[in-house]
Structure formats: C-alpha cells, structure tokens
Design a protein around this ligand. Structure first.
Ligand code: NAD
Length: 294
C-alpha cells in the first residue's frame, strides 16, 4: 500500500484514481475545478484543498493534466509545487505533453533532488476504466521500477522508452502512426463501398491480407462493421478527435525540432485539424471516416 497524491481529475484521472483505490492505495486528490473533485464524492479518498496539500507526506505524486502548459504551471508556476514535494517522493507525470516540457520539469525536479518520470499512457478512457493502460516511461529505469507496482494498479504494461522525455516521444510516434492507419483504413473502406462492396466483407478480406492493422482489426471506423466500437454509436465515446489533433501537433513540433520528414503525419495533422474545425472535435477519432463519404 502506498500513499499517493493525484492531481488532475478529468476523463482519465477519475478512473485511474478509482483503480488506485481498488488496489488498496491511500489517495489524496486535487483538481483546479471543484466539479471535477465532486465526481469522486462517493469514493473514500482524501479531497485536498490545494495541490500543496495533496503532495504533502506522500510516496508518489501522479499528475494527469491536459497540456504541457498546465504541467509546467503546476510544478514550476506561482505555487512552486516542487518546493512542497519531499525528495523521498517519486513524481510521475502521466499527461501527454512535449518531450521538452517533460525534460524541463524533470530537470527542475532534479535540482531539488526529486526524482521524476514521464509516463504518458496508451489505452484511452476505456483502458483507464478497465485498468488496462500501457505506461510509456521516460526517465531512470530504477525510478520506473519503483513506480511499477503503482502503475500496474492502473494498467497492464509498463515500458521503458529511454531517458526523460523519451516516454513522450514514443507516445506521439505511436499516435501519429495510429492516425495514419486510421485514415488509411477509412479511405480504403470507402473506396470499396463506392464500388459496391460490403464494408464487412472488405474488412474481413483486408484482415486476412497485408492491409491488416489495429484500426481495422479492433476499432473499425465504418458504421455497422463491428459492435461496441464508437463507429456503431455515432462516434460517441472513445478517443476524441481533438485529442488526436493535439497529439499530432505535438508530433509535428517534435519533427520540426529534429528536421525529421513526416509527410504522412503532416497530412494526418491537417485532416484532423480540419475535421475538428468542422464540428467533429468531440467525436471519436474514427469519425474521420465521415470525411470520405460521398
Ligand atoms: P481532461 O481535460 O478531461 O482533464 C484534465 C483535468 O486536469 C481537468 O479536470 C483540469 O481541471 C485538471 N487540471 C488542469 N490543470 C490543473 C492543475 N494545475 N492542478 C490540478 N488539476 C488541473 O483531460 P483527460 O482526457 O483526462 O486527459 C489527461 C491527459 O491524458 C492529457 O494530457 C491527454 O492528452 C492524455 N490522454 C487522454 C486520453 C483520453 O482518451 N482522454 C487518452 C490518452 C492520453
């Protein structure tokens, strides 16, 4: 059993806290929004009055925030939260942010002798609820091993990507590839349908051929092909297009930083940007299928 300060009670944070509690940990929570804290009203976790209270006397601090700006503001901003964290506490940031932000905050933490790892997740809200997230870790391997039992209370896999920031790089590489095969699957399905093929039949053929991929296999974007995926529910739930757009923007920033060539990622970013502006930001990212419909 560990004592954990958890900051950021959004779509991901709430189910993650639930799983920490179910696994016997003592959790102290805080969010800037009282309404977010109220979502945990019935769970016997400590509702802290401030981030400073939540990080006092804990073994681990976990943050799950919307952006790099939020993470930098939390740890390095006005409240100087790092000054309130004991060097005995391990800080785990699970937010998806740029590698630069992750490295900056970890370096500032190190100046105060506080160990920190970046541990962004794959698996989305469903994975957070089921406790089946994959944590993609950047930082010292020994710190990851210390965090492993806590992360395994919320997930199934804990993988080391490299030094500080590497978890973030691996996460955006994965999501850039995910966007590309989702768009590719959607356009291939529509091409088949436009030529009179049944999308179920075409999906089965491609799943036994070289076009097989995760989007097609477990998250088919064409309505009616698969039960229990967002495409079967008007693209409600799942991983919102605006979050995919955010991750693609991070991927493009990363590509610029190293002058890497990512033409498919750039196209995916443009398509998801357009898709969001056209009113689909809150729909699951497989709703990109709609752009190809005649
Ligand atoms: P969200 O917007 O639902 O929740 C973020 C929460 O953080 C909000 O309640 C907000 O009030 C709170 N917050 C912001 N600044 C804070 C601060 N300084 N102190 C305390 N609380 C603060 O976001 P989410 O969907 O839970 O996602 C969280 C992170 O996980 C993001 O970085 C996102 O990219 C990543 N992620 C999300 C998904 C998903 O499917 N939602 C999947 C994988 C990764």
């Amino acid at each position: 059993m560990a004592v954990i300060g958890f900051l950021g009670l959004g779509n991901m944070g709430v189910p993650m806290v639930n799983n920490l509690y179910k696994n016997g940990h003592l959790v102290k929570v805080f969010d800037l929004l009282p309404a977010a804290i109220a979502k945990l009203e019935r769970l016997p976790v400590t509702k802290s009055a401030s981030a400073m209270d939540a990080v006092a006397n804990v073994d681990f601090v976990i943050s799950m925030l919307p952006s790099g700006a939020a993470v930098e503001d939390l740890y390095l901003g006005g409240s100087a939260l790092l000054s309130h964290i004991s060097p005995k506490t391990l800080v785990i940031d699970c937010s998806t942010i740029s590698a630069e932000s992750a490295k900056l905050v970890a370096a500032k933490a190190a100046e105060k002798k506080i160990a920190m790892i970046d541990a962004p997740v794959s698996g989305g809200i469903a994975g957070a609820e089921k406790g089946s997230l994959t944590f993609i870790v950047g930082g010292e391997q020994a710190d990851m091993e210390k965090a492993r039992p806590i992360l395994m209370s919320m997930g199934q896999f804990v993988m080391h990507a490299g030094d500080h920031g590497a978890g973030q790089v691996a996460k955006i590489c994965n999501n850039m590839l995910l966007a590309v095969h989702m768009i590719g699957s959607a356009e291939a399905l529509q091409l088949g349908v436009d030529h009179g093929l049944d999308p179920k039949v075409l999906s089965n053929i491609m799943l036994r051929s070289s076009g097989k991929n995760w989007s097609l296999e477990t998250y088919n974007p064409y309505p009616g092909v698969m039960p229990d995926v967002p495409a079967g529910k008007d693209y409600q739930g799942g991983f919102m297009s605006k979050l995919m757009d955010k991750d693609l923007n991070l991927a493009m920033d990363a590509a610029l930083a190293t002058e890497s060539t990512t033409p498919m990622g750039a196209l995916a970013r443009s398509l998801y940007g357009l898709h969001c502006k056209d009113g689909n930001a809150e729909l699951d990212f497989s709703s990109i299928q709609k752009r190809f419909k005649k």
